[in-house]
Design a protein around this ligand. Structure first.
Ligand code: FDA
Length: 394
């Protein structure tokens, strides 16, 4: 039986950072992962450049049944703290948009940083090790892995959510929480593309690859102003991924296809200057041409010249374009989702240490917890902040 002070299950963003911090505080740490490599999602993230934090991180950018829970950890280990660490390692980065910080070169640099920090803390990293069972007795927690056993006074669950099963995602953390009597909120794929019902999908199919700026609104009034992308399965792009976290099956979303320009005023101006111009050619100025062609096929854009278009038709048209209501069929699910909504109920955890209130020595950090960030580096920041807060208590 191997003995440690702390066992951490999951060598993703949260587990690696927590292990490094606890190790550097003098704890003997065993970090276990079922994959061949640590930090597999980090390597995949941000198109291989890892959007490692967001300059505008604040609690309002997180969804949870208990929205106050994330405040303490986010305030104690901030985006500025992680940026200082990235600077310390001389990693070059840039702001892409909306406060999103990406490595200039490669996500591997963030994994290397975390591994170097683990080395400083003399962390024992065990890869290709699936944890199959956990039990608790008077000596602490006993973990079964690949026929071997390890024991520690403290156990940290950093096994992530269900998104991307191909990268090792498993329901392990949720089942373990339930084993120790913690409630787990139902999970759902989030930051995920929408699929469309067949008839609409067929009509929009030729638009695959077309992207445009939009404002998308969910039924609860939440809106995001970012670009939308038509795909061969449905809709994607940042505004769609963001709104997917607020969408419930069966609900409509409302898409403003021209958020920057009032199309009513634009058509009025064009009519003055070019009354014989077709409506189609007019709209192809502010909107992608292929989209206007499809909207004409759908009967949303009538085949008229500007002088033929009466004010009632114009109002109906511009309302449709500024408030296009779409009912998604569903989402692409965990296969392509960036994160998982729901998870371990935070009311049963200490927001200061992430420890289960009724089960001393058991901690939950990162995505397995019911805290889910927006797209744009917020999820990694939650991983760093929750890991750091936990490590101070180990
Ligand atoms: P994470 O999932 O990273 O790690 C959990 C680890 O536990 C995994 O390595 C898994 O193999 C292991 N594990 C699970 N069960 C186990 C068991 N029984 N035994 C042993 N090991 C087990 N976020 C962001 O802020 N910026 C970004 O750019 C991106 N980009 C991005 C791209 C893609 C493709 C995805 C899928 C996700 C993102 N994200 C993101 C989200 C981000 O990756 C995610 O929120 C964090 O990785 C969560 O970190 P955790 O450490 O909690 O889980």
């Amino acid at each position: 039986m191997e003995k440690y002070d702390v066992i951490i299950i999951g060598a993703g963003a949260a587990g690696l950072f927590c292990a490094a911090q606890a190790g550097q505080r003098g704890r003997r740490v065993l970090l276990i992962d079922n994959g061949k490599k640590p930090g597999r999602k980090i390597l995949m993230s941000g198109g291989g450049r890892c959007n490692f934090t967001n300059l505008y991180t604040e609690p309002g950018a997180y969804l949870s049944h208990n929205p106050h829970f994330c405040k303490s950890a986010l305030a104690r280990y901030t985006q500025w703290d992680f940026i200082a660490l990235v600077n310390q390692y001389g990693i070059a980065y840039h702001e892409k948009t909306l406060g999103q910080l990406f490595c200039d070169d490669s996500a591997q640099q963030i994994v290397d940083l975390l591994l170097a920090e683990c080395e400083k803390g003399r962390v024992t990293l065990r890869l290709r090790s699936e944890v199959t069972a956990v039990s608790r007795d008077e000596n602490g927690y006993r973990v079964e892995l690949n026929g071997a056993q390890a024991q520690a006074e403290k156990l940290v669950i950093a096994s992530g959510g269900l998104s991307m099963p191909g990268l090792g995602a498993s329901p392990f953390g949720y089942r373990l929480a339930e084993q120790f009597g913690l409630r787990v909120y139902p999970t759902r794929a989030a930051l995920v593309p929408f699929t469309l019902h067949k008839p609409l999908l067929e009509q929009l199919q030729t638009l695959s690859g077309v992207s445009l700026p939009t404002v998308i609104e969910a039924a609860d009034g939440t809106r995001f102003k970012e670009s939308m992308l038509f795909t061969h399965r449905g809709l994607s792009g940042p505004s769609v991924l963001q709104i997917s976290s607020y969408w419930q099956p069966g609900e409509f979303i409302t898409v403003n296809l021209s958020p920057e320009q009032d199309l009513n005023a634009f058509i009025d101006e064009e009519r003055q200057a070019r009354p014989n111009q077709s409506l189609k050619n007019t709209l192809a100025k502010p909107l992608p041409k292929r989209l206007v062609e499809v909207l004409q096929m759908l009967g949303i854009v009538p085949e008229l010249t500007l002088k033929q278009l009466n004010s009632k038709q114009q109002r109906a048209l511009t309302d449709s374009l500024h408030r296009w209501r779409i009912q998604p069929n569903g989402t692409e699910g965990y296969r392509t989702a960036e994160v998982t909504l729901g998870g371990v109920d935070t009311t049963q955890l200490s927001s200061k240490t992430m420890e289960a209130r009724e089960t001393p020595g058991l901690y939950f950090i990162g995505e397995v917890v019911d805290v889910t960030g927006w797209l744009g580096g917020y999820n990694f920041q939650w991983a760093w902040s929750s890991a750091w807060a936990c490590a101070q208590a180990l």
